[in-house]
Design a protein around this ligand. Structure first.
Ligand SMILES: [Zn+2]
Length: 78
């Protein structure tokens, strides 16, 4: 049984390979390297000074804690 869906580690390898190439950020954005995972990412030039981590790392840190009162279904309005 051949599994044609690439494994997570394969996607990761591919995105890292692309990430390592000399890609250009969109106009108005600058390229920054995540201080946590060392991944290159694009950020708005205005936010470059205050941003030191990639959206992935920031997302892990800012995800709201699960509410106990409603079973964690507090994402409806986001
Ligand atoms: Zn990161």
């Amino acid at each position: 049984m051949a599994d044609k869906k690439p494994a997570a580690w394969q996607l990761e390898l591919e995105s890292r390979a692309v990430n390592a190439t000399d890609w250009e950020p969109l106009p108005g954005m600058v390229k920054k390297r995540c201080g946590q995972c060392r991944y290159w990412f694009a950020v708005l030039a205005a936010e470059a000074e205050t941003t030191s981590r990639c959206p992935d790392c920031v997302g892990f840190g800012t995800r709201p804690p699960r509410s106990r009162s409603n079973g964690g279904q507090n994402y409806a309005g986001v």
